[in-house]
Design a binder for this molecule. Sequence first.
Ligand code: ATP
Length: 309
Amino acid sequence: MAVIAVENLAKSFNGSPVIEDISFQVSGGEVFGFLGPNGAGKTTTIRIVLGLLQPTAGTARVMGSDLGRNDALRRSVGVLLENNGLYGRLSAYDNLRYYADIYRVADPDTRIRDLLDLVDLTEFAESPIGNFSVGMQRKMGLARAIIHDPAILFLDEPTSGLDPEAQRLVRDLILDLSREKNRTVFLNSHNLDEVQRICTNVAILQQGRIRAYDSVEHLRASEQTPVYLLTLADPAAAERACTLVRGVEGVGSCSVDGDVVTVSLDGAAAPRMLRELVRAGVDLIEARRVTRSLEDVYLDVVHRSGGEV
Ligand SMILES: Nc1ncnc2c1ncn2[C@@H]1O[C@H](COP(=O)(O)OP(=O)(O)OP(=O)(O)O)[C@@H](O)[C@H]1O
């Protein structure tokens, strides 16, 4: 059974559709990326899945249930939305203690100390979090969201406002939750590099509809003629290399820019091309297959469906 199953979801506000016919599934232990430009309908979808908003049509189930009507299930869910859900006047420790008590966490002191250590805030345990930087507060928000060790985690821009080191810490934490603890993570992020690094599957939403829904791997590989960048030891050999390469069966085009030769070809032709260059005595420093980044895919999808990025 899918951990999150959304089917034909639609929502209108005052008769204007905001999302239409949204369907996707998230499996256990997966990190799922929910992407789309501002106003695409991501928050609306999440709010329906969390049971905070009623859909106009369709269903959104978490572990087979409507989250809004299942109190027991809500305890298995951790949520970090835009707001960190923390009290500025309370210390980091007391904020977590407040939530630990609500969720009746066993051995709360150990859990809180472990979490503060995990988000690298141990030395600030007794400081009021109102004095924390935006990034420190975000890390506290994440610690708050996972205090009860939820099986399913909804994270809305978890790394916004974080410096690169803290972003990495949060990324590693999410990957650890998924890979080591089999937790399911639903991630909404505009940070496509981050999504590419940690998500298995993604859906790209644009103007209320899903425009792409696949594994990151498939999306990056699809509709693509492989491109190789060849860096030559002797830049003067570039034109000759291109002439040689064009004669190889399966090579589409070859162009030269300085000492870099760009070749597009069908995948099976790559070994033939490299053998031909070696045979002709062309020394290569590097031969690199270029893959599209998730950002390239995202921009294509959003542009193709006619929207602002
Ligand atoms: N309660 C509401 N009443 C009327 N319109 C709404 C309401 N909530 C959202 N909308 C509209 O629905 C559209 C989608 O908003 P939503 O917040 O879901 O987008 P989003 O993809 O989360 O955007 P962002 O990336 O900026 O957070 C927007 O045009 C927004 O103005």
